[in-house]
Each structure stands twice: as C-alpha cells, then as structure tokens.
Design a protein around this ligand. Sequence first.
Ligand code: SF4
Length: 289
Amino acid sequence: MEYYGNVFRPPSEAKSLIIQATFGCSHNKCTFCYMYKGEPFKIRSLDEIKASLVDIHPYYEQAKRIFLADGDALMMKQKDLVALLEYLRERFPRVERVGVYGSPKSILIKSVDNLKHLKELGIGIVYLGVESGSEQVLKDVNKGVTVEEMIEAGKRVREAGIQLSITMINGLGGKPLMEDHAIGSAKISNAIQPEYIGMLNLRLYDNTELTRQVERGEFIPLKPKELLDETKLMIENFELENTIFRSNHASNYIPLKGTLNKDKARLLAEVEESYKYVEDIAKVKKIIL
Ligand code: SF4
C-alpha cells in the first residue's frame, strides 16, 4: 500500500490501518504547524481509496481499528463519507472503531444528525486540535476559528456520542499570554468536557511562521519553569467530570497522566515536585529531540 506525502496519526492509532481519505490539511495556515506544508488539500474519490487498498499487507486485513488520514477527512461530503464507511465495513468486517482528525470547520459543516449517522457507521473517535482556549492565541496562531466556534464543534461531536480527544499546546501564547492561554484552555475544556485531553509542549520546527517570529524576536518561548507555571494554572482551573488528561508526549518535560478532576491534587503535586529537575530534563530533550 502506498502513501502520499507526510502521513501523521495520533499516538493512540499506532496499530491502526491508516487510510488516506484526503491529502493534506484543509486549513494549513497555523503558524506553529509543519505537518502538511506545500501539500495542497485534496479529497480522494472512493474509487481512488478502494484502489489504494488492493495490495495491503495481510496483517491489516484483520485490523480492528482504522484511522482516516490526512488532516481533515471530515471535510468529505457527508454522502461520500457514508459511502466510504459502508465500504470499509464490508471490506474490513473486524473493524471496531474508525478514528479521524476533525477541524472545527469540518465538524461544523456537519449536523449532529450527520455525526450520529457517521457514528453508526463506525466513526468512534474524533481528534480535534483545540491548541488554546485564548481568543488572542487562536488569532495569533492563525487557527481560523473563534473560541465559540471551537466549543460548538467539540460539543457537537460529544452530542453525537462520538468520543472526543482534544490537544492543547503548552507555551503557545508565549510569555505575554501565558495566563490567558492557561485559564482559557481550562475553560474551553470545561465547556466541552471531552473524553481525552492531550497536552504537548510547543516545539519550534524549521520553516514555520512561528519559528520566523522567534527569530525576529516577536515571540518569546516560555522557559521550562514557566511551562510548568502554565501547566499548573491550567490544571488548577480544570473543572472536568471524567476526562483522561495526558501530558506524556515526547515533547513534554514531565509525564503527567490522570483522570480529572479526580486526580487534580495528585497531578498538581507532581508538577510541584518537578520544578526541582525540569531544567535538567529540558537540556536532555534539547539534545535528543
Ligand atoms: S495544526 Fe492542524 S489545522 Fe493547523 S495547519 Fe496543522 S494540520 Fe492544519
């Protein structure tokens, strides 16, 4: 099976059969993102997708999970996505869950009933890059949506009964917006109540607008201890009913994992403890990442 361009998937889809339903990202304008640069967004036809599955490895014939790449497969027209999911059900009868990245815009072009139909056909989880709950940060990083639209998109997925996994980026507001980013990100999560929150540390990649802003002195990244201050403030402000919170990506300096709000006190104690060694870990990560 051939893949085109850069293929990304969430860590939890490591064992899934990855099928490119689209190429690239429909937005492709976030200042920090390096993922699909230079790749024009394209929605593939069902025939093209079927053809790509002709010679897949026999291991994947028994796949229990499928992940529809690339950046925004929910941009497919509802009827085409329905046809694709119906086909995948026949072709891979053992599949229990189909996952997909969703952008706020692609979610908002679908009604709750549309999403419920997709759930009946196998879509079990949507991964939504929220990144921040600060209006100013979303604007600065060119996310292309407001906080209100982001909340509406998240709620719509949840209302359809589909699991929702959102990501936040620690440090995305830099120093001046640290508090706004931390408290806003907690508030947006509280409004959505997702099943999962994954928090990454901001990383600067070559050839992104954010890296150029850093080089010009327009964006000052947070220092390791400031990242912890921000994490602490965010966790303090979470009011979540039953959300699995993970901050254990390779980019993170300290691994955190728990269910919020149940584990809030433990997570805050772990953050407090890590001030002692975060600078050392940051030095090591700088070398290996
Ligand atoms: S962060 Fe997501 S929405 Fe933004 S450009 Fe990258 S892939 Fe597209």
